[in-house]
Design a protein around this ligand. Structure first.
Ligand code: C2E
Ligand code: MG
Ligand code: MG
Length: 443
């Protein structure tokens, strides 16, 4: 294969593309047409290749290259940038409107199903557009298109985005946050809050016994105060820091739960919920890590519940289902978090078996006022009961919601009505106060 050509697709490679872009930028500097660059990056390529197998993965890339080539106009250039990413040099600057139409076409054409190795595959791709102007060389211009494609992915993928200078600031802020977060992990600045899940059987308005507490991570930031997970976990997912965070959360949560179990025989079966993100489910060694934390803390497996969302499972379904099955085999329980889907798919989600379903707070919020939500929850509770799955309503804030959920037969509830998440000492105090009132934890 000649120099500058990608062996797998026969397209120009990244270096050849850079050279071509530089020539186009130089040409524009001499008064020639202004070029633009579009980076096209396949979404979720890793999981797709894993589920297809290596040969079919190559066939897929070939088919994608073919589809992209069909969108290319004559003076333009299509290249392979890296394994799952292609790039287009739009030599004669298209008006932004034309370039956007092209980006639309690219995203759309890659969305159409392909038959690969006998299976129907619907790849998805994100595209990022950058116009020569602020960037004065090829590396800068391609870098701007990369920032734009990263933005399209953060927004959910299967879309295009155009570079704007503000993206530099966003990227810099993200890198800064990632660095700070890594230091915070080392400095012990992460902390856990716990929120009770209560049984909701019993007289209306009477808080039931605490069955479980969910561990929720926070970052004690010197300037920003207590930072919520939504403001740092996405970055931690991107940079991989989530692996260290997750390992810490698991150990810390298990140790606290064990100490509460030991403090009072009434809480011997108190369980603790720990959330797992998509990347954590994919982490090799997760099962061994869970087993070792259980052994180190003395926590009975049945009193640990690992919470996963459907989105985290669908990231790489085959691997996730196998991992969840291996986790269940150790005796820990699996909860499906934020469930708002079709009740009939419950417990068969990509064949993942679960022990608990946590009903999405959006459904719960409307349970007392909207018949559709009420029907959806009724169906979830019924199917769950048939399949031996426990139900937890999340985000319960009002007595009306609680009454409706109790009426529907939901097992447990969690939400501000019963208390906001509290630090370990705060939860210890709540647990003690309950015991003084003579309540018992039911297993
Ligand atoms: P989640 O697992 O669904 O946790 C429930 C979220 O709802 C928590 O938000 C909790 O504070 C909030 N919440 C509880 N009751 C109410 C209520 O009555 N009303 C409203 N509006 N909200 C309520 P938080 O702590 O901000 O966590 C957000 C998400 O971050 C969690 O959703 C979970 O997906 C993720 N997360 C939290 N801690 C961890 C962790 O240690 N590891 C991983 N991987 N993810 C975590
Ligand atoms: Mg959760
Ligand atoms: Mg949830």
């Amino acid at each position: 294969m000649p120099d500058g050509i990608d062996a797998q697709t026969g397209l120009p490679d990244a270096r050849a593309f850079r050279t071509a872009v530089q020539a186009a930028v130089d040409g524009a500097g001499r008064g020639g047409p202004r070029p633009a660059v579009m980076v096209v990056d396949l979404d979720r390529l890793g999981p797709l290749r894993l589920s297809l197998g290596p040969a079919a993965g190559d066939e897929l890339l070939g088919a994608v290259a073919g589809r992209l080539a069909a969108t290319v106009r004559r003076p333009d250039l299509l290249a392979r940038l890296r394994p799952g990413a292609f790039a287009l040099l739009l030599r004669e600057t298209p008006s932004p409107r034309e370039a956007i139409r092209h980006a639309d076409e690219v995203v759309d054409v890659l969305r159409r199903p392909l038959v690969i190795g006998g299976a129907v595959v619907a790849p998805r791709a994100s595209a990022g557009l950058a116009f020569a102007g602020s960037a004065t060389d090829a590396v800068g211009l391609i870098g701007e298109a990369e920032l734009a494609v990263a933005r399209a992915k953060v927004d959910g993928g299967d879309r295009w985005s155009a570079f704007e200078p503000a993206l530099h600031a966003v990227a810099a802020a993200r890198d800064g946050l990632a660095r700070e977060l890594d230091q915070a992990i080392d400095a012990g600045a992460l902390t856990l809050e716990f929120q009770p899940e209560r049984r909701i059987a019993g007289a209306l308005g009477q808080a039931g016994t605490i069955r479980s507490v969910e561990a929720l991570v926070r970052w004690r930031h010197p300037a920003r105060g207590l930072v919520r997970p939504a403001d740092f976990l996405p970055v931690a997912e991107q940079t991989g820091s989530i692996d260290r965070i997750g390992a810490w959360v698991l150990r810390e949560a298990a140790a606290h739960a064990r100490s509460w179990q030991l403090t009072d025989p009434g809480y011997a079966r108190l369980s603790v919920g720990v959330n797992l993100s998509a990347r954590e489910i994919g982490r090799p060694g997760l099962v061994a890590e869970v087993v070792s934390v259980l052994a180190a803390t003395g926590l009975a497996p049945a009193t640990l519940t690992l919470e996963v969302t459907i989105a985290a499972i669908t990231h790489d379904p085959r691997h996730a289902v196998a991992t969840l099955a291996a986790l269940r085999a150790t005796g820990v329980r699996i909860a499906l978090d934020d469930f708002a889907g079709d009740a009939n798919t419950l417990g068969t989600e990509r064949r993942a078996t679960v022990d608990v379903v946590k009903i999405d707070p959006n459904l719960v919020a409307a349970v007392a006022s909207d018949r559709g939500s009420e029907r959806a929850i009724r169906a979830i509770v019924q199917v769950a009961r048939d399949r031996g799955i426990e139900t937890v309503a999340e985000g319960v804030e009002t007595r009306e919601q609680l009454a409706a959920l109790r009426e529907l037969g939901c097992d447990l509830a969690q939400g501000y009505l019963f208390g906001k998440p509290l630090g370990a000492s705060g939860i210890s105090a709540v647990l003690r106060a309950e015991r003084r009132r003579g309540d018992r934890v039911s297993a």
